[in-house]
Design a protein around this ligand. Structure first.
Ligand code: BG6
Length: 512
């Protein structure tokens, strides 16, 4: 941490407002997400003193498990994955004592009656269990069943004194039709104001910082438009491959898994107009306007505006269908038809088994309108680029030209850089789930996806998937593990006279 690093404890005291006494009820409690993310995040929140004293957690799952087994299981998860370990915070015992386990078949009405009873008991014992945050972390096919049963058991009903909210994990639907149907099923039981559809990218500090960067500074926004920006690139690259998720991933692929949610959210935040206020309605209204202005890629246009590819060993992974065409990489070009962005291409790419894990947004500015320095004919100075490094090496850098010392007027590109770690210290960035769960406990839905937003995103993704499945698609490309995607992806952007930018990874391109 540098000498001028900010002391965050003072900032935390300032914002430490307590949620109401409440209970979090996690459906899918024996699953991986609960172990790796939800419980570790809840524990870190508790260590930070951000949860009320009257707070409890009920894990609901089908597995046969005693309360002690469940507590032991989550302890292992916390040790392995929590930002704050139990050894760094002496709250484990008080945290664990208010963690309960409820075994249930999700479609059994009896299970919800007994859950109701358990909550009443916890309310007497710990307090606060009338305010409930339900968390759906089961396979998505169970969402309608659980929502319906919660409704039947009267568990979704709120009053002046009592709130009931529900967080729904992604994937929210498989396409526009299923997402719309799921929205209807959810709305039959919960009002939209009770529903928190999670996209964990919105919980990332660096993604929220996009808002501060754009709207908390006066100097960038005047440049943030077609007059100054040549194009925008959004890259979400992952080093990992499929892992053990073949069952889900092979039917989803990169477009459903990453573009429908994370990449389109990043696009919306980058391109939206300044909201008048920082609240759920204003923010989401502006994001929705962006999605409405995006020119959909029609099925017959996929060869022109998209590239899809699969890493070479994907078909050998356990559990994927033989000869599967599921893409693990895609690059697409989108246009936003409004005054600010008309004719500015947004290149989005994402893939698994790539050269590095890096999420970045690169804004490439236009060339200077007139060059007064002598350069060989046909040469130009590199344009300025602003790179927002969302993960890892969180921060940002601005690339600009500077004079090389000495005779003549030679120039070179240099970077002006901000790094979170340098200015705020190490390990200060909370996990996305910490922020999002806390927001839901506070009743703040600004960083959650609204029903219309989800449907609009699907309406952009569906025609691409349709195109890829039909006669207009070019053949699926392949890439080597550890490359930056297929060669076709380079050809795709070079056809526009541009290159992929590596402003945050700095290790250049290599394709396979
Ligand atoms: C999830 C996808 O939503 O995001 C995964 O389902 C992906 O396939 C993950 O690996 C990436 O998240 P992060 O936070 O590691 O960038």
């Amino acid at each position: 941490m540098s000498d001028n690093a900010v002391d965050l404890s003072a900032v935390k005291d300032e914002i430490r407002q307590m949620p109401d006494p409440c209970a979090v009820i996690i459906f899918g409690a024996s699953g991986d997400l609960t172990r790796r993310k939800l419980m570790p995040s809840l524990f870190s929140l508790s260590c930070e003193g951000l949860l009320p004293d009257q707070f409890s957690i009920v894990g609901v799952a089908r597995s046969k498990m005693s309360e002690d087994d469940f507590r032991e299981k989550i302890k292992e998860g916390v040790e392995a994955h929590s930002r704050i370990k139990s050894s760094q915070c002496n709250k484990w015992d008080s945290f664990a004592k208010n963690v309960f386990y409820h075994r249930a078949n999700y479609d059994d009405p009896q299970a919800y009656k007994s859950l109701n009873k358990l909550l009443a008991k916890i309310d007497k014992q710990v307090g606060g269990a009338c305010n409930c945050l339900f968390y759906l972390s089961t396979p998505p096919s169970l969402y309608p069943v659980i929502v319906d049963q919660l409704g039947r058991a009267g568990l979704a009903k709120q009053s002046e004194e009592v709130w009931r909210r529900i967080i729904i994990e992604k994937p929210f639907g498989h396409d526009l039709a299923s997402a719309t149907e799921l929205n209807h099923q959810v709305h039959d039981v919960f009002n939209e104001s009770q529903v928190y559809r999670i996209d964990h990218y919105l919980g990332k500090e660096t993604v929220q910082n996009l808002l501060v960067f754009r709207f908390g500074n006066a100097i960038f926004e005047p440049l943030w438009n077609r007059n100054y920006i040549d194009h925008v690139q959004i890259t979400v690259a992952e080093e990992v491959g499929l892992g053990s998720r073949a069952g889900y991933y092979d039917t989803a692929g990169v477009m459903r898994d990453m573009f429908q949610n994370h990449l389109l959210q990043l696009l919306s935040l980058t391109a939206m107009e300044p909201p008048a206020e920082f609240n759920a309605t204003s923010l989401r209204d502006e994001k929705v306007k962006v999605l409405k202005a995006v020119q959909p890629i029609k099925p017959e246009e996929v060869a022109q505006y998209t590239v899809r590819a699969q890493y070479r060993t994907y078909r050998d992974e356990e559990g994927v269908a033989s000869g599967t065409e599921t893409p693990t990489f895609a690059a697409i070009k989108l246009f936003i038809n409004n005054w600010r962005w008309r004719n500015v291409p947004f290149y989005l790419r994402s893939g698994k088994a790539l050269a590095a894990k890096v999420t970045e947004i690169s804004i490439q500015f236009r060339h200077v309108p007139h060059l007064m320095f002598p350069l060989p004919p046909g040469e130009q100075l590199p344009p300025n680029a602003l790179n927002l490094c969302l993960q890892p090496n969180e921060g940002m850098n601005l690339r600009f030209e500077t004079k090389v010392p000495g005779a003549g007027m030679r120039t070179r590109s240099v970077d002006m850089e901000f790094l979170y770690e340098q200015d705020f210290g190490e390990n200060v960035l909370p996990d996305a789930y910490e922020r999002l769960i806390l927001d839901a406990l506070h009743g703040d839905a600004a960083l959650f996806t609204r029903s219309d937003e989800i449907e609009l995103a699907w309406s952009l993704v569906d025609p691409i998937l349709e195109g890829w499945a039909g006669k207009y698609a070019s053949t699926l490309a392949f890439y080597e593990l550890g490359a930056w995607g297929p060669g076709k992806s380079e050809e795709f952007i070079r056809a526009d006279g541009r290159e992929w930018l590596y402003g945050c990874s700095q290790n250049g391109a290599s394709t396979g």
